[in-house]
Write a protein that binds this ligand. Structure first.
Ligand code: GAP
Length: 453
């Protein structure tokens, strides 16, 4: 549910920037588009990959209590029976008898069509899972579903992971991947789509310690967003009331973000208790438990689940990073993206297209490209080229001028402060590495100097 409030940036500006600069395109556009499906363009795919890499680094690589998994999207149909999705993963759908638009009745105020004021049908439950068939025969026995969450792939691999990694409680299994939901109401750009990506952790703990771990993960996950530059005041926790808890949850809290359309869910953190392991043990006939060496008994762990959306994180990062100001006497749009997330880390800009400056700058470009996503741009004025890089969030521009041919030095310009330093080419890579890692621009390498305060 969206709670109205005032955000700094409006959605139209973001959608237009994403379209114009190749972050996101409507899916199947040349055929008129496909409702609520989106394609990530050349810059979008970089930013999205950086988001997933940042999550994996912090949640898997840097923790010794976490391992990764990549389970299949198509899974045994019994999984969705046991999980409760076949029975209960539904939204109440109503249709306007006049204009035939469809809505979720639980999101409507009043009992009239919000579009034309017409009379609505009685609500009927609509299952959100996409159904298809495995193999050549389209009958009930071959029904499979596109997964609506990555979580179930983790639960059904619990024993495989336990046996192959010898992890002790508490430990987690992390997974990033596509999920699909035939949402009744979509919209707000990539906020709610029918095909999206999730970054999910299932964290297995001893019963009795679940409350402590739930609180731990709520804080940990808020801190992760803040570490990537999202302003704390744009994040808010929304604990679920008893009445709205999902069928599997004992406790749940959303991390809400102040999106352009208001406060809305960015991530959900749930205490799922032993619901999933018990359900799958009963349904499969396999005992899914953990042998507790201290107590000398088998226990069924409780599960804490921080479940984040890649696309919503992408959108929140763009909203938070978007800014308009004035630079070098001109209005500019800029994205204050964290260097780890910026699609392009540096742009190499020769002051002229002429030789030998062009070859000199291209050599720098070739060298930096070995390590980072870097762009080369020699078209139009230097001011226009800076603006283009600011607008896509490139943290640093490296400018080569005719003096560079003599003194073998280049200028580095910082996106946010507009400060510039001049450094020897020999130390360019090391300097960029340090600055991308957060070092102040005015910490100079040997032979470097401040160019513009
Ligand atoms: N396994 C638990 C689970 O899937 P959820 O609250 O339904 O919980 C978790 O989904 C996250 O997945 C949400 O917080 C959101 O970021 C993302 N998400 C869910 N449905 C989405 C949709 N239709 N489009 C984009 N992201 C979605």
């Amino acid at each position: 549910m969206t709670e109205p409030s005032q955000a700094k940036v409006d959605m139209e500006k973001l959608v237009s920037l994403c379209r114009r600069r190749g972050f996101i395109f409507p899916s199947s556009e040349i055929y008129g588009g496909l409702s609520s499906c989106w394609d990530y363009g050349p810059l979008g795919v970089e930013l999205k990959r950086n988001v997933k890499d940042a999550w994996w680094r912090a949640m898997v690589q840097q923790r010794d209590d976490m391992v990764g998994l990549d389970s299949s999207i198509l899974m045994h149909h019994q999984i969705w029976q046991a999980s409760g999705h076949v029975e209960g993963f539904s939204d109440p759908l109503v249709e306007c008898k006049g204009c035939h638009l469809r809505f979720r009745s639980d999101e409507l105020e009043g009992n009239k069509c919000p579009d034309c004021g017409g009379e609505l049908t009685e609500p009927r439950m609509f299952n959100l899972m996409f159904k298809t068939f495995i193999g050549p025969v389209e009958d009930e026995a071959s029904v499979v579903y596109l997964r609506p969450e990555t979580a179930q792939g983790i639960f059904v691999n619990f024993e495989n992971v336990l046996n192959t990694t010898r992890k002790r409680l508490p430990f987690g299994i992390a997974q990033v991947g596509k999920s699909f939901r035939n949402e009744v109401t979509t919209g707000n750009f990539i906020f709610r789509s029918r095909e999206f990506e999730q970054m999910e952790i299932e964290y297995f703990v001893k019963p009795g310690t679940d409350k402590q771990w739930f609180d731990f993960w709520v804080e940990e996950r808020v801190n992760w967003y803040v570490s990537l530059g999202i302003k704390r005041e744009n994040l808010k926790l929304r604990p679920h009331t008893k009445e709205e808890l999902a069928h599997y949850a004992r406790e749940c809290s959303d991390i809400n973000y102040l999106f352009p359309m208001g406060w809305a869910e960015l991530e959900g953190i749930a205490n799922r208790g032993d619901f999933d392991l018990v359900q799958h043990a009963n349904s499969s006939g396999k005992g899914l438990s953990y042998y507790d060496e201290e107590a000398k008994e088998h226990i069924v762990p409780y599960i804490i689940e921080p479940s984040a959306g890649v696309d919503r994180t992408f959108l929140a990062l763009l909203c938070d990073a978007y800014d308009e100001d004035e630079a070098e006497g001109e209005k500019r749009v800029l994205l204050h993206l964290h260097p780890d997330l910026a699609p392009i880390k540096a742009a190499v800009l020769p002051l002229s297209k002429k030789e030998p400056l062009a070859s000199f700058a291209r050599e720098i470009y070739a060298s930096l490209r070995q390590q980072w996503m870097v762009q080369y741009d020699d078209a139009q004025s230097i001011g226009r080229r800076y603006r283009r890089q600011d607008e896509i969030g490139t943290p640093f521009c490296v400018t080569a001028d005719f003096e560079s041919l003599e003194d073998k030095q280049v200028t580095i310009r910082e996106r946010d402060s507009l400060r510039q330093i001049r450094v020897p080419i020999d130390s360019l890579k090391a300097t960029l590495r340090a600055k991308l890692g957060g070092e102040d621009l005015f910490v100079l390498p040997d032979g470097g100097k401040i160019w513009k305060e």
